[in-house]
Design a protein around this ligand. Structure first.
Ligand SMILES: C[S@@+](CC[C@H](N)C(=O)[O-])C[C@H]1O[C@@H](n2cnc3c(N)ncnc32)[C@H](O)[C@@H]1O
Length: 253
């Protein structure tokens, strides 16, 4: 464990697969699994999202992430899109909510190819992606919202935005029936209660397209009951690392 001197709240941790996560002392939790931050993110969020993208008929494919964190899900998503074959037939939208602007400041100063990208510097497109991501995150660290097109060599059209604020408030500003997928990646319900309530999930339901999907690492039964009450069909998937299961919940509306 190494503490960053400019913000003792956040501590980098190297996980089992060689990738890094951040421990947040305020929540007393790590942002990803100790079994492998990158592997967890691929398994829980990216692989199922790619399958949904492959079967999508729409011209725009939109992802909403609850909790930007260190942007690991986002970066791995970009990497997956770069490798997507055949070329993407659609525009990709990515929007994320993050309540702690100081986290973005911290990232702008402390992200480098050693930490977040340690295990991914092997080929040129990844190096290019790393640079594009760093430039993006460092662009306007003090603005309320970051909007930017990340352009990469394969000309993937990606509109990406981080909105700074409380997710239950920010989600009220999103249009109805807009997102294909919501990545629910808050800290656990014990410390991040406001992001697991039925009222919050009602809003998630409103902003999802009919048959949209919510993905999360948690399979807590109380949470699944809330989702089912709102019309989600909950499917437990094989879990990652220490967790036996994770969740894919499909909206039926
Ligand atoms: C588990 S981490 C997310 C990890 C991230 N998805 C990644 O790939 O790096 C949870 C994030 O949710 C943020 N968060 C906590 N409460 C929030 C709230 N009420 N609204 C928005 N973001 C919140 C935390 O600051 C933290 O960055």
């Amino acid at each position: 464990m190494t503490t960053q001197e400019n913000n003792p709240r956040y501590v980098w941790q190297k996980t089992y697969d060689g990738s890094y996560t951040l421990f947040d002392c305020k929540y007393n939790q790590s942002m990803h699994s100790q079994h492998g931050a990158l592997s967890e993110c691929r398994h829980v969020y990216i692989d199922p999202t790619l399958e949904l993208l492959q079967s999508s008929q729409d011209k725009v494919f939109s992802v909403l992430e609850i909790g930007f964190g260190i942007g690991l899900n986002f970066r791995v998503w970009l990497e997956a899109l770069l490798q997507f074959n055949p070329a993407l037939p659609v525009t990709i939208e990515y929007e994320s909510f993050e309540s702690h602007p100081e986290l973005l400041d911290f990232l702008a100063c402390n992200l480098d190819s050693h930490t977040l990208f340690a295990s991914h510097t092997s080929d040129a497109s990844r190096a290019e992606l790393t640079q594009a991501f760093l430039k993006w995150i460092q662009k306007h660290p003090h603005q309320r919202s970051l909007t930017s097109e990340i352009n990469m060599s394969r000309e993937i059209k990606i509109a990406s935005e981080i909105k700074i604020g409380n997710a239950p408030d920010l989600i009220l500003t999103c249009p109805d029936n807009h997102f294909d997928v919501v990545w629910q990646d808050a800290f656990s319900e014990k410390v991040n209660q406001e992001l697991w309530t039925i009222d919050f999930f009602k809003e998630v339901k409103r902003v999802l397209k009919p048959n949209g999907t919510l993905l999360t690492y948690s399979v807590a039964s109380a949470m699944r009951r809330r989702l089912e009450e709102l019309g989600f069909e909950c499917q437990k998937r094989r879990g990652f690392g220490g967790k036996r299961e994770c969740l894919l919940a499909t909206l039926k509306k």
